[in-house]
Design a protein around this ligand. Structure first.
Ligand code: GLN
Length: 228
C-alpha cells in the first residue's frame, strides 16, 4: 500500500485547537493527531500540508474537496458518516463534566437543570446536552473560551471530550477546576475523508500496522503519559 503517487501535496485539515490532539506551540502545530498522521504519511510516502481551521468548518471542507482528510479528534457518528468516510477509529474517548473546584451543587448531568453549561460549537457535546435539561447552553468555536466562561462565573459547568478536559486539568498550575460524574457517551475518533476517497482504506491499513508494531503506543505515551 505504499507509494500513493500524487501530483501535489495532500491538504490535511485539522482543528485550530483541540489539546492534546492538535494545538499551536512555539508557532508550530503539535499533538497526538499530528504525530499519528505524520507516521501514517511517512508509511504511505505522502507529502502534505496542514490546514488548521475551526472544527465546525472541517466537514464542509471535506464535502467541497477543499481538504483531502480531516484529523481533528473527530467522533465517528451516523450524521457525519452520512456525508464523509471515516478510516478505522484510532482513539476511544467520552465526555466529561468539569466544574469549578469549589462547586458543591453539581455532581452529574442530572444537576444541570438550573445551570449554565458551556461547550464547543458543532461537537458531540452539543448533541449530548440536548438530552438533558439545562438553564442555558453557551457555545463557543474554541473550547478555551468555554473554560474561561467557567472561570469567570459566566457558566457553571463545561462538558467536553474527556481527553481534552483531563489534559487541561493536568497542565494547570493550580487546581481551579475538577471533573464530576462518570465518563459520558463512549465514542471513537476517526480520520475523515471525502466520500469515496481512495485514501481512506490505505490510511486504515497503515494505522492498523502502526497499532500492531507498537509505534502507535509510543505516540500515545508521548501525549497521554501512559500506554493505551
Ligand atoms: N470529538 C468531538 C467531536 O467530534 C470534538 C472534536 C473537536 O473539538 N476537535 O465532536
Amino acid at each position: 500500500v505504499s507509494g500513493v503517487a500524487l501530483a501535489k501535496p495532500l491538504v490535511v485539515g485539522c482543528d485550530t485547537n483541540f489539546m492534546p490532539f492538535e494545538f499551536k506551540k512555539d508557532g508550530k502545530y503539535v499533538g497526538f493527531d499530528i504525530d499519528l498522521w505524520d507516521a501514517i504519511a511517512k508509511d504511505l510516502g505522502l507529502e502534505y500540508t496542514l490546514q488548521p481551521m475551526d472544527f465546525n468548518g472541517l466537514i464542509p471542507a471535506l464535502q467541497t474537496g477543499n481538504v483531502d482528510v480531516a484529523i481533528a479528534g473527530m467522533t465517528v457518528k451516523s450524521k457525519r458518516e452520512e456525508v464523509v468516510d471515516f478510516a478505522y477509529p484510532y482513539y476511544d474517548a467520552g465526555l466529561t463534566l468539569m466544574v469549578r473546584a469549589d462547586e458543591t451543587r453539581i455532581s452529574g448531568v442530572e444537576d444541570l437543570k438550573d445551570k449554565v453549561v458551556a461547550t464547543k460549537l458543532g461537537t458531540t457535546s452539543v448533541d449530548f446536552l440536548k438530552k438533558y435539561p439545562t438553564k442555558e447552553v453557551k457555545l463557543f468555536p474554541n473550547i478555551d473560551a468555554a473554560y474561561m466562561e467557567l472561570g469567570t462565573g459566566g457558566a457553571d459547568a463545561v462538558i467536553f471530550d474527556s481527553p481534552a478536559i483531563l489534559y487541561y486539568i493536568r497542565t494547570r498550575e493550580t487546581a481551579t477546576v475538577k471533573t464530576v460524574g462518570p465518563l459520558y457517551q463512549g465514542q471513537s475518533y476517526g480520520f475523515a475523508f471525502p466520500q469515496g476517497s481512495p485514501l481512506r482504506e490505505k490510511v486504515s491499513i497503515s494505522l492498523l500496522k502502526l497499532m500492531e508494531s507498537g509505534a502507535y503506543n509510543q505516540i500515545y505515551k508521548k501525549w497521554f503519559g501512559t500506554e493505551p
